[in-house]
Design a protein around this ligand. Structure first.
Ligand code: PMP
Length: 364
């Protein structure tokens, strides 16, 4: 019998082989979900009303993104050509990387931060350079300035940042954009509703400034997968080329105008989070848990060596929180999302009871 010829195994691109993996839970998040910084309640009642009347017939058509992009542009006082709707910020990041990065380029991310920046950059084969936050996890202004070089094609950062809650001053961001016109500066404003210092309006003036926004957080629409990119129309021409024409589903498109128009709802939710933040600070101080000052809908707590036991004890009580201990500079840290005051109260009560249960002491 003749042997079958040796088969060449199918191999992915080298960059894909080498890239990090990211494994968020894709099942089983039962309970009070204070682990992913989502809205803990619901989207606006106006959006819920739209969802109740979505016609089955409208699902037979491919989604039409353009009219909604005009509404979104109007809302943010931008030109329609300056806005691209995306399948969440995740896709927005992917598109920016695909548009700008060659394998020899360098990307800067400010760590600790949202994992997807590194992932999408690595996928292109570009080199990712991390600029570490200050020891108190505040934004590393001088280190970032010093890190930008001739090969830096893209800088991706979040303000407010996840998981720290720290912010980068908008004057600084504009200074960087002006000083490095050949570098794209992508500012992820996923948590802007809890802070307010936005650079969105400046995208009309700086061709290399790209802003990402999401409807997954304050708007309560994480399940619809909808976000946007805003940038100068000259820049958007190329990003739009890379995007799939039907990247955003038609239900998200139907909901978006009402989600944007119901500003009272967003104000109400942001106010709930502001009250929750005050409450969390007060309780954490009382029970002796140290934490980082936050400008977002979460707080990063420094628990110490018992971080895993705490997350598990809280899960047993039906409250999910996120262990961030393996993030750079975050040893022993756990992040808790702040939602409505009622949900935050329940989360903090579970935290306090769980710390007692594991016999936690502040110096652990
Ligand atoms: N940006 C940041 C900073 C985030 O923390 C997250 C979610 N954890 C996202 C983007 C994801 O946004 P989306 O759901 O729109 O993909």
């Amino acid at each position: 019998m003749t042997e079958a010829p040796a088969k060449q195994a199918l191999r992915p691109r080298t960059a894909v082989e080498r890239m990090h993996e990211y494994h968020p839970p894709l099942a089983g998040r039962e309970g009070l979900r204070l682990d992913f910084n989502e809205n803990t309640l619901a989207p606006s009642p106006r959006v819920q009303a739209v969802l109740r009347r979505v016609a089955a017939a409208s699902l037979t058509r491919y989604p039409e993104r353009e009219p909604v992009e005009r509404i979104v542009a109007d809302h943010f006082r931008l030109q329609p050509e300056a806005v691209l709707l995306t399948n969440g910020v995740d896709e927005a990041l992917h598109l920016a990387c695909e548009t700008y990065l060659e394998p020899d380029d360098e990307v800067i991310v400010v760590t600790p931060t949202f994992s997807m920046y590194r992932l999408y950059a690595e996928m292109t084969g570009a080199a990712v350079h991390s600029v570490q936050a200050k020891p108190d996890l505040q934004f590393p202004y001088d280190d970032l300035r010093a890190a930008i070089g001739a090969r830096t094609r893209l800088i991706m950062l979040a303000s407010p940042n996840n998981p720290t809650g720290a912010v980068a001053d908008s004057d600084f961001l504009l200074e960087i954009a002006a000083a490095h016109p050949q570098t794209a500066l992508l500012v992820d404003e996923a948590y802007i509703h809890f802070h307010g210092d936005s650079v969105l309006a400046h995208t009309a003036a700086y061709e290399n400034l790209i802003v990402a926004r999401t409807f997954s957080k304050a708007y309560g629409l994480a399940g619809l997968r909808i976000g946007l990119l805003a940038t100068h129309p000259q820049t958007m021409r190329f990003i739009r080329k890379v995007s799939s024409p039907y990247n955003v589903n038609s239900i998200a498109l139907e909901c978006l105008p009402d989600a944007l128009a119901d500003e009272d709802y967003i104000r109400w939710y942001a106010d709930q989070v502001a009250q929750s933040l005050a409450l969390a600070q007060q309780i954490l101080c009382r029970i002796g848990v140290s934490f980082y000052p936050s400008h977002a809908n979460f707080v990063l707590m420094r628990i110490g060596t018992r971080h895993r036991e705490l997350v598990e004890a809280m899960r047993q009580r039906g409250v999910l929180v996120r262990d961030r201990s393996s993030d750079a500079g975050c040893a022993g840290c756990v992040r808790i999302t702040l939602g409505t005051v009622e949900h935050t109260r329940a989360g903090l009560a579970a935290l306090e009871a769980s710390l007692k249960e594991i016999a936690w002491q502040p110096n652990m």
